[in-house]
Design a protein around this ligand. Structure first.
Ligand code: ADP
Ligand code: MG
Length: 301
């Protein structure tokens, strides 16, 4: 097959690993920087051009769209879909998963376990919002944050109020969430491919840190999942419409609750912690799924 990895940086571990595994299986692989793609939008024959050449005859793409380029990146993916190229994760699903509020609403709709979460635009009724989220301690998060930056634990109602007002004063959108204390500063990253969790790791924050992000100094080890956790992770990926997803959950005393669903989950942490060849499993999945015209939405929505 002819496969394109849509990634800004060929030297990233994840990009490199998928490139190697696809090559090893005899595929032709290109790494394409989405920001250097340009396109024509015509009803007869949509095209994509890259460095002066038209991109043709691709059977599949692997989108690795960074959060900061979601808008243009998903437009490029959509264009491939319009051309009938199979995309490992489709553009609509990527956009959906990038919006934390929308994701939580979609998951809640289907009855997936979530921490009690509130959000508001105005700070007029902050006290009421705090009460609705169950009162302190509360976790307050910037909607746009990643890698644990912009996630704050407020121990008292008064502190919650100040943090919410400070963030809103900076015109930031936020979530106010029940603090899952019993998770003990750890979360579980479930790597989902198709309808299976193929690898899972437990990430534990440093001593005294409630955030488990590896970027914040957390460490990762192989995790054994309960059947309920497996089911929850697979359902969450499915609801988001993602074939490949990194589903993060917390072990709460009312069962697994979803933190977030990532559409470009990194491979380095999970491959190292679990010793599984996740990149090869992704390529296997594409080989089974990527038939011409198999893109479900064809750029729709
Ligand atoms: P980011 O997108 O920045 O990674 P997350 O929502 O994943 O933000 O939060 C970062 C980390 O903080 C999580 O991995 C988890 O360890 C911890 N955390 C987040 N929300 C809660 C919560 N409601 N209760 C307990 N811990 C939480
Ligand atoms: Mg996270």
């Amino acid at each position: 097959m002819k496969i394109a990895i849509i990634s800004r940086d060929p030297s990233l571990y994840s990009t490199r690993r998928m490139f190697e595994e696809a090559k090893a299986n005899g595929h032709i692989v290109h790494i394409i920087d989405p920001l250097l793609c340009y396109m024509t939008i015509a009803s007869q024959r949509p095209t994509i051009h890259y460095k002066g050449e038209e991109l043709t005859e691709f059977d599949a793409i692997i989108p690795r769209i960074g959060a900061s380029i979601t808008f243009y990146g998903t437009a490029v993916v959509r264009q491939f879909e319009m051309m009938g190229v199979y995309s490992l994760n489709e553009s609509v699903a990527i956009s959906r998963s990038r919006d934390k509020l929308r994701s939580l609403q979609l998951l809640a709709r289907k009855g997936v376990g979530l921490p009690v979460t509130g959000f508001a635009h105005s700070t007029k009724y902050t006290k009421d919002l705090i009460e609705l989220a169950g009162g302190a301690p509360l976790v307050i998060k910037l909607l746009e944050g990643t890698q644990g930056i912009g996630v704050v634990l407020a121990e008292t109602d008064k502190a919650s109020e100040s943090v919410i007002e400070a963030f809103r004063g900076l015109k930031q959108h936020i979530l106010v969430q029940e603090f899952i204390k019993e998770a003990g500063g750890a979360d579980i990253r479930c790597f989902v491919i198709g309808e299976k969790v193929v690898a899972a790791m437990k990430r534990q924050g440093n001593e005294g840190e409630f955030r488990s992000n590896l970027h914040r100094g957390g460490n990762a080890t192989l995790a054994r999942l309960t059947p309920e956790e497996r089911l929850t992770a697979v359902r969450a990926a499915k609801i988001m419409g993602l074939n490949v997803a990194g589903v993060d959950l917390l072990r709460s005393n009312h069962g697994p609750v979803i933190m977030e669903v990532n559409s470009s989950p990194g491979l380095e942490g999970i491959e190292k912690a679990t010793q599984k060849n996740v990149a090869a499993l992704i390529i296997d999945f594409i080989e089974k799924q990527a038939k011409p015209g198999r893109t479900r939405t064809r750029g729709h929505g």
